[in-house]
Design a protein around this ligand. Structure first.
Ligand code: PGA
Length: 254
């Protein structure tokens, strides 16, 4: 297992109202309150964030945004800024999720601006990358991952890298029940680490956490977390029920 501190993150996507979030926390927090050897993160919708951050203050669980815009303020209807996130006590943000890339057409340059802005405002990004099924089947996985790492993390200083985690999420494994094989996961994670080492140096690459995402569940998390270059998980569907996400957070290596 990795020597890096595991980061177990829930991405609720467009699920849960404020009252459903409150019910979840009431069940979830007691189930994980004794966990001290891993970071636990919940990413609800924007409307839940303020209340969630208030409830989580002083606990071992962090609130995380699912997205943000790169500017601090201005005429950007419908957007939320890094200052607004910091103001409500949020310290992390998911950026470049494949649903943002594919449904909302965010390109690499847009996501890079968000990563740089997040870091500048003291928000730790979980920067998501991953190939589509077409790209994998046409043998382009490494090329795609390398260019996403380069493009998204361009312009970060070496110090900035210490705030960043990368999530490898093969698009074809998200929400499909199809998990990548352990060989595919380890290969992709090793490649990402190698690429980061070229960008920022070996020390930084060795310390940076690389999460896997794509149909992580209580019954496969142990074998995924056992891989050398896997340092955590970004979990969608299986994070929506507190007991299920608890099992993921409390994974034991298979
Ligand atoms: P999933 O989603 O666990 O439902 O596959 C993962 C993600 O999109 O982050």
């Amino acid at each position: 297992m990795t020597k890096r501190r595991p980061l177990m993150a829930a991405n609720w996507k467009m699920h849960k109202t404020v009252s459903e979030m409150e019910d979840y926390l009431q069940r979830f927090l007691p189930l994980v309150s004794d966990v001290t050897d891993r970071d636990i993160v919940l990413a609800p919708s924007f409307v839940c964030l303020m209340k969630m951050a208030e409830i989580l203050a002083g606990s071992n669980v962090d609130a995380c945004a699912q997205n943000m815009f790169h500017e601090e303020q201005g005429a950007y209807t419908g957007e939320v800024s890094p200052l607004m996130l910091r103001d409500v006590g949020v310290k992390r943000v998911i950026l470049g999720h494949s649903e943002r890339r594919h449904i909302f057409q965010e390109d690499g340059q847009t996501i890079n601006k968000k990563v740089l802005s997040a870091v500048r405002h003291g928000l730790s990004p979980i920067y998501c990358i991953g190939e589509t099924l077409d790209e994998r089947e046409s043998g382009k996985t490494s090329e795609v991952l390398k260019s996403q790492v380069e493009e998204g993390l361009k312009g970060l200083s070496k110090d900035d890298f210490s705030m960043v985690a990368v999530a490898y999420e093969p698009v074809w494994a998200i929400g499909t029940g199809k998990t990548a094989s352990t060989d595919q996961i380890q290969e992709a994670h090793a490649l990402v680490r190698q690429e980061i080492s070229q960008l920022a140096g070996e020390d930084i690459a060795q310390n940076l956490r690389i999460l896997y995402g794509g149909s992580v569940k209580p019954d496969n998390v142990g074998q995924i977390m056992a891989l050398d270059d896997v340092d955590g998980a970004l979990v969608g569907g299986a994070s929506l029920v507190p007991e299920s996400f608890t099992k993921i957070v409390r994974f034991e290596i298979d």
